[in-house]
Design a binder for this molecule. Structure first.
Ligand SMILES: [Zn+2]
Ligand SMILES: [Zn+2]
Ligand SMILES: [Zn+2]
Length: 333
């Protein structure tokens, strides 16, 4: 990209962005432009192609009246501070840029009129490890799902408590949903994000992500109290980090591998329509066997069983599948 063609809105440092936004009037301008924006209007969606010629931007006077700011000159100053990065000027007036929408959406997603809460509630879903009902509660913008009987997949340091998963969910995801609906929405929302991470793209800012493997050296997952070394059931955990926006995801490789097309095809051949972003992924992951074949170079064997057949995948250190072998009618060990 040449300097001439570079979007000037990208030239802001985090320091400058925070400084611009640390002002009530500027926030009100962003909020007002967001409230006046009509997502159903096709002219707002297909800007690039000039298919719709109406300019839906808000005029200066309407924006000024809506925000209700006393001094025109001073108002104009605040608007100019936002212009280019958070607000774009058109022939008709002003509209939000993508960065402006991101700010508005972050505020809207994180805040709702009534503070939603969910006390521990038994769900219509069974634990993938022991078939007992699972229990969910909402705390600090996270849905925390545990088993009513066993200690789930991750245990605390003493092994006395555990969870099946803890996933972030904005308050907007909880409001207007039953506990079961919120449970499935949390899984779909987060496992879709995990899929983006696995494909190397940060779901929050689109940057490249760094992947790391955490293999427990002395893995010994006991039935109830978990592995004393890593406090989890699975041998291998995958960490995904975006160093640009500090977004992270972490979870068992036995779950991450279920996003691979070879697994979807294997299940499909057995009459199962496997959707990665669903609770079924947690159930299927419990039957995936993990094995370290070689350490230098690293080769990991993951075995996915289905009926009397199994899919044996060999992964390298980048988690690329280097070999996929389907074995039919194998005899279980
Ligand atoms: Zn259980
Ligand atoms: Zn990011
Ligand atoms: Zn361990």
């Amino acid at each position: 990209m040449t300097p001439e063609s570079r979007d000037e809105s990208g030239d802001l440092s985090p320091d400058e962005a925070f400084a611009i936004l640390a002002n009530e009037t500027r926030f009100e301008i962003i909020q007002t432009l967001w409230e006046l924006y009509e997502p159903d209007d096709p002219a707002n969606l297909v800007k690039f192609s000039d298919l719709y010629d109406s300019d839906t931007a808000v005029t200066f006077s309407e924006l000024y009246d809506r925000v209700g700011y006393g001094d025109t000159g001073n108002f104009n100053y605040h608007l100019e501070q936002l212009t280019d990065h958070f607000v774009r000027r058109t022939d008709a007036g002003y509209e939000l840029t993508e960065a402006g929408f991101e700010i508005a959406r972050a505020v809207v997603a994180g805040t709702v009129r009534e503070r939603p809460h969910l006390d521990a509630t038994e769900l219509d879903a069974d634990c993938p490890r022991c078939d007992a009902p699972v229990v969910a509660h909402y705390e600090n913008h996270h849905l925390i799902v545990s088993c009513s009987e066993c200690r789930g997949i991750w245990q605390n340091a003493t092994g006395e408590a555990g969870v099946l998963f803890t996933f972030p969910l904005p308050p907007t995801g909880l409001s207007g949903r039953t506990p079961d609906e919120a449970f499935h929405a949390t899984l779909a929302f987060n496992l879709n994000r995990v899929q983006s991470f696995i494909s190397g793209i940060c779901p929050d800012c689109s940057s490249a992500v760094d992947q790391s493997l955490d293999i427990c050296e002395n893995h010994d997952p006991r039935d109830q109290s978990g592995c004393p070394d890593c406090h989890r059931q699975h041998l291998i955990e995958v960490g995904e980090v975006c160093h640009q926006c500090k977004s992270v995801a972490r979870g068992p490789l036995s779950i991450a591998i279920l996003a691979h097309p070879a697994v979807a095809a294997f299940y499909y051949d057995h009459g199962i329509e496997h959707l990665f972003a669903s609770w079924e992924t947690f159930r299927h992951a419990q039957s995936v066997e993990e094995e370290i074949l070689e350490t230098d170079p690293l080769r990991i064997r993951l075995t996915v069983p289905c009926e009397n057949d199994r899919l044996r995948l060999t992964l390298d250190e980048t988690l690329s599948v280097v070999e996929a072998v389907e074995e039919t009618s194998y005899v279980r060990d």
